[in-house]
Design a protein around this ligand. Structure first.
Ligand code: IMP
Ligand code: MG
Length: 177
């Protein structure tokens, strides 16, 4: 019997709610970039399920890629030092880029990623995040497309982990601390 099971809180968003939201955002994104090509860049590992949900609802000429940004520090907070440990392989020159993120918390990771992708000569860089935790923001990063806003809880499930666990939960919950 795994003791970590007891640490899962209530369900905040079900798979059905998330897919409905993906449908809405997919339409918005399709409208916003109508006639343009778009590169979707998913952030590993947290954004994989959300990436799969959102990409199939975007009706545009699209390429996908992934990036891994690791931040040093504790398990439940970001330290501020961000390192890219798996880079994008596509040429981003003059491409519209949409970063597909799991959650924007302090915004430190994302502000570094935006800066980096602009250095790669992207034409534009915008953000589509499954979750937004604005109460914790310490940067001026503002996601362009947000699935859901969440309170200051440690979120798990649907790709999001605590110590690399819980990513496989088919819903969004939080850790009882
Ligand atoms: P930020 O740089 O503080 O905005 O957050 C960086 C990354 O930390 C996010 O992309 C997530 O991968 C992770 N993270 C932040 N908050 C949470 C959370 O509540 N649960 C799980 N991962 C989180
Ligand atoms: Mg992330």
């Amino acid at each position: 019997m795994s003791e970590t099971k007891n640490a899962i809180g209530k369900i905040l968003f079900t798979e059905e709610q998330i897919k409905e939201r993906a449908e809405e955002l997919g339409k918005e994104i399709t409208e916003a970039y109508r006639g343009e090509e778009l590169v979707l860049i998913g952030t590993l590992k947290g954004a994989i399920i959300w990436m799969a949900d959102i990409m199939k609802r975007i009706d545009l000429d699209t390429q996908i890629d992934f990036i891994t940004a690791s931040s040093y520090g504790g398990r439940t907070s970001t330290s501020g030092i961000v390192k890219i440990t798996k880079d994008v392989e596509l040429d981003l020159t003059d491409k519209h880029v949409l970063i597909v993120e799991d959650i924007v918390d302090s915004g430190v990771t994302l502000s570094r990623l935006i800066e980096y992708l602009k250095e790669r000569n992207a034409k534009s860089v915008k953000i589509c995040t499954l979750l937004d935790k604005p109460s914790r923001r310490i940067t001026d990063v503002k996601p362009d497309y947000v699935g859901f806003e969440v309170e200051d809880l440690f979120i798990i499930g649907y790709g999001l982990d605590y110590d690399q666990k819980y990513r496989n939960l088919p819903y969004i919950s939080y850790l009882e601390q």
